[in-house]
Design a protein around this ligand. Structure first.
Ligand SMILES: Nc1ncnc2c1ncn2[C@@H]1O[C@H](COP(=O)(O)OP(=O)(O)OP(=O)(O)O)[C@@H](O)[C@H]1O
Ligand SMILES: [Mg+2]
Length: 321
């Protein structure tokens, strides 16, 4: 397998791309190879030529930033399948090439875009954007899929552990008080309350079940990109066929984490154009809030311990009611 990263020489990358794709024109020269942006899981490079730029994304057999966490290489194939299915909607980058034996995906560069992670700081988001994000998600969900769409089950099991199991275990290895003083204590009710744990276990079982709806699988501000008034969706590596309530729950969870406003739950459930199970959305939403505050996958989000306490109380109510 050929491996690429920021330090790979321009010569090697040029020869590889010329041999395996038709991305480069006759007189096109690669000028620069750089990191495409913040990311934890994969190698993501921006390749600049004298005519254009594009993205190279390569998966590894582990999480790039945390090499001790194993992750299946095939996740990049799932990502490729997702992009192919939704390409007619123009809300995701075009696929320029896929080299299966090297787990390399070439994508259009969404230039001058920024991701929406800034909403954790600004604590607000335009209604207009929320509506667009809801409609894009609906478009994903109504996409026709084939029986043989990747199950992505190995990556899904890894995610399952991080969403539904580890945050609710006492000795899970996450030193919460090192993240923020007092966080460990706030996490205790979620590790002791059997009623909550039972509901989380049920939701986790549903997450592992096979559904028939195309999901993005990681529908949160880091996967949302904007340019002027347009919204684009990237990084569908956690895609699978499941229940739409999962994507909707994750989305509302992050809007509530960012803004502190629970009204997003009703707003999004009301605005979503198809019939959904509101209770299931609320449960996934609550679990996402909890796992992002007391689990391993922390967000770029600064909140006081009392603000985190309020968010966790809110999530607890959502699960129990
Ligand atoms: N097609 C694209 N056009 C422009 N920028 C992109 C594109 N794809 C990725 N990026 C940039 O590279 C960053 C990392 O990409 P991506 O989120 O796909 O990687 P990842 O390793 O899967 O990240 P994560 O750890 O969040 O899962 C993005 O946040 C974005 O800034
Ligand atoms: Mg990713």
């Amino acid at each position: 397998m050929n491996f690429f990263d920021e330090s790979t020489s321009i010569n090697i990358i040029t020869n590889y791309i010329k041999k395996n794709t038709s991305i480069l024109r006759e007189n096109e020269i690669i000028k620069k190879v750089e990191s495409a942006g913040e990311g934890n899981m994969n190698v993501v490079l921006r390749i600049k030529t004298n005519f254009k730029s594009f993205i190279l994304k390569q998966s590894r057999s582990h999480v790039k930033k945390f090499p001790h966490i194993k992750a299946p290489l095939e996740r990049i194939y799932a990502e490729y399948c997702f992009y192919n299915l939704v390409k007619k909607n123009f809300f995701s980058p075009k696929v320029l090439g896929f080299i299966s034996e090297d787990y390399v995906l070439f994508l259009e560069d969404l230039k001058k875009c920024r991701d929406l992670n800034y909403i954790y700081d600004s604590r607000k988001i335009d209604n207009n954007k929320v509506n667009k994000l809801t409609l894009i998600l609906h478009n994903v969900h109504k996409t026709r899929v084939h029986e043989n769409y990747p199950t992505n089950i190995t990556l899904r099991k890894l995610n399952y552990d991080h969403i539904f199991i580890l945050p609710f275990l006492k000795d899970n290895g996450v030193q919460l008080n090192n993240i923020q003083d007092g966080l460990e204590e706030l996490s205790m009710p979620f590790k002791e309350n059997t009623n909550i744990i039972k509901r989380v276990n049920n939701a986790g079982k549903n997450y592992l079940d096979r559904g028939n709806t195309l999901l993005h699988g990681d529908y949160y501000p880091g996967s949302w990109m904007e340019r002027n008034n347009n919204i684009f969706i990237i990084d569908p590596e956690f895609t699978f066929l499941g229940s739409k309530e999962f994507d909707l729950g994750v989305m509302t969870g992050h809007l509530i984490l960012a803004t502190g406003q629970t009204s997003y739950l009703k707003k999004i459930c009301d605005n979503y154009p198809d019939k959904i199970d509101n209770i299931e959305v609320a449960t996934y939403c609550a679990i996402e809030i909890i796992r992002r505050l007391i689990g391993y996958a922390q967000l770029p989000m600064k909140r006081s311990i009392s603000e985190k306490s309020d968010l966790l109380k809110l999530a607890k109510e959502l699960i129990i009611n």
